[in-house]
Design a protein around this ligand. Structure first.
Ligand code: HEM
Length: 128
């Protein structure tokens, strides 16, 4: 399930989702910002599949590390992980958004992006 799969993430993003300021961005209080952005939900699936590298800014702080991709996980596992990070540490799915499904992940997996393309696509979300 999502909590067990999150063990692969918490070495960087921490068990409480707070990340490490300036090194690993927070997921607590931040995943809902991604989901609320236009195109953010689709982009978040792509990020989990293909990873990302390149400078980003989260809540006014810069990060420039490597986020690994997890395409070795199944569609159902990635959906469970996405639902976990969207609902932990006080995070909530934005109004009107349903839980992630395996079919949604499958549709993005067919695109085969690079981590640089995921970084480029993030710019369109308008995150601060
Ligand atoms: C970025 C989730 C594993 C390091 C992110 C972001 C999310 C996320 C949602 C995007 C933040 C944004 O763009 O605003 C996850 C999940 C993981 C995971 C769910 C487990 C499946 C890891 C691991 C590491 C890591 C293991 C360290 C080896 C990073 C870094 C960034 C990032 C450095 C920023 C990348 C950049 O500067 O371009 N992660 N992550 N993540 N993650 Fe992870």
């Amino acid at each position: 399930n999502g909590a067990a799969l999150y063990q692969q993430c918490q070495g960087c993003h921490q068990p409480n989702g707070a990340g490490i300021p300036g090194v690993f961005p927070p997921l607590a209080g931040h995943v809902p910002e991604i989901l609320a952005a236009k195109g953010g939900r689709t982009w978040l699936i792509q990020l989990l599949l293909w990873g990302m590298s390149g400078e980003i800014s989260v809540k006014g702080r810069k990060y420039n590390g490597v986020m690994p991709g997890y395409r070795q996980l199944s569609d159902a596992e990635l959906a469970a992980l996405l639902n976990h990070i969207s609902t932990q540490w006080g995070n909530k799915l934005p109004p009107g958004q349903r839980p992630f499904t395996a079919d949604e992940v499958k549709a993005q997996r067919a695109k085969t992006l690079t981590s640089a393309q995921v970084h480029q696509a993030r710019k369109a979300l308008g995150l601060q």
